[in-house]
Design a protein around this ligand. Structure first.
Ligand SMILES: NC(=O)c1ccc[n+]([C@@H]2O[C@H](COP(=O)([O-])OP(=O)(O)OC[C@H]3O[C@@H](n4cnc5c(N)ncnc54)[C@H](OP(=O)(O)O)[C@@H]3O)[C@@H](O)[C@H]2O)c1
Length: 262
């Protein structure tokens, strides 16, 4: 069976990026799965052993040399779908007002707001050469100003995602006349950390509190914030991406295509 096209994914060693790599590979796409250190990406390495349509490449989206090297290696190969998935959430405590860690704030902007446009700018000619010409960015409800409500958390992650949303909005207008499709998708509250294994009343493991604010974990545990699996989110996004056209509106949507407020 011939390939359905070429897809390029950032941050594909774990979480949603890994699920994208698995699912697109299963559906017979040529997958270029990138991450910071392919030698340590055990699940991707395992996956690539059984799927010769999956190739692994090193890419740190914050590093100019890494981006340059990757673009040179691709040597003008057409990319039908570019998925900007990689992101940095950062620990919750240093993202609270009164104790903000500005190194973490900068890192969030480097990875979440600057990195995606840096790699997209570098690979735009690869996208231009392709048949489908789709560029996808993983946005977040956490970066939606309309949706902010207490408990207010994650200053740097939220600010950097809001900045990404504006960058994507600019890019959408810039590329529209070239028939290049740009889309911003909120994957939903996706369980990439094992929250769905927590039962009501279970003690909250310390490692989870270092990743996500405890107030949010309690709301998840109580079922007040419904979470979905990576598989469910990615299957929804793939269906949506598949039917995207240059006329699709709005720009910012949930994984099932329903509109997201900015
Ligand atoms: N999970 C959710 O509920 C949720 C909700 C809304 C939006 N999102 C968005 O959906 C996307 C995927 O989320 P996720 O939960 O799967 O994230 P995740 O589990 O935290 O994974 C993030 C990925 O980004 C990579 N990454 C970090 N810094 C990088 C850099 N400088 N260069 C290249 N890769 C880098 C990580 O690689 P390392 O392993 O090397 O760190 C990892 O592969 C993100 O854009 C996230 O903001 C997720």
């Amino acid at each position: 069976m011939s390939s359905l096209g070429t897809i390029f994914i950032t941050g594909s060693n774990r979480g949603i990026g890994l699920e994208f790599a698995k699912q697109y590979s299963l559906k017979n796409w040529d997958v270029i799965a990138t991450c910071r250190n392919t030698n340590k990406a055990e699940e991707l390495i395992e996956l690539s052993k059984n799927n010769n349509n999956l190739s692994l490449m090193d890419l740190d989206i914050t590093n100019k040399d890494s981006v340059e090297e990757l673009a040179n290696k691709l040597d003008g190969k057409p990319i039908d779908i570019l998925i900007n998935n990689a992101a940095y959430l950062g620990p919750p405590e240093p993202q609270k007002f009164g104790q903000i860690d500005y190194n973490i704030f900068s890192e969030s902007f480097e990875v979440n707001a600057i990195g995606p446009i840096r790699i997209t700018e570098k690979l735009i000619n690869n996208v231009r050469k392709s048949d489908m010409k789709k560029i996808i960015f993983l946005g977040s409800g956490a970066g939606s100003i309309t949706q902010i409500m207490p408990p207010v958390t994650l200053y740097s992650y939220r600010a950097s995602k809001a900045a990404l949303h504006l960058v994507v909005n600019n890019l959408y207008h810039d590329l529209h006349s070239e028939n290049i499709i740009v889309s911003l998708i909120n994957p939903g509250m996706v369980d990439t950390r094992g929250f769905l294994d927590l039962k009501l009343g279970d003690p909250i493991p310390e490692h989870l509190t270092k990743m996500v604010p405890i107030t949010l974990i309690k709301m998840i545990q109580e079922g007040k914030i419904p979470m979905i699996t990576s598989l469910e989110s990615v299957q929804n996004m793939m269906q949506y991406i598949d039917q995207l056209s240059i006329d699709t509106k709005p720009l910012f949507v949930n994984c099932d295509g329903t509109p997201m407020p900015w």
